[in-house]
Design a protein around this ligand. Structure first.
Ligand SMILES: [Zn+2]
Length: 59
């Protein structure tokens, strides 16, 4: 049972940053969550991916 917020959180999926182990792990967990149909978990992984800080524009 997914809430409206969870559905919204799974609608647009953030892309993991290449080379970031945390992002890769979150992406892997998200795939598993999709496989088992756990939208709440997918939403959590998406939020974590979206909020995972990376150094940008420093070059
Ligand atoms: Zn990351």
């Amino acid at each position: 049972m997914a809430t409206a917020a969870e559905r919204e959180a799974t609608r647009v999926e953030p892309v993991p940053v290449p080379g970031c182990g945390v992002c890769l792990a979150l992406d892997s967990d998200r795939k598993i969550a999709w496989d088992v149909g756990n939208l709440a978990a997918v939403a959590v992984q998406n939020a974590e991916l979206r909020n995972h800080p990376h150094r940008q524009g420093t070059a």
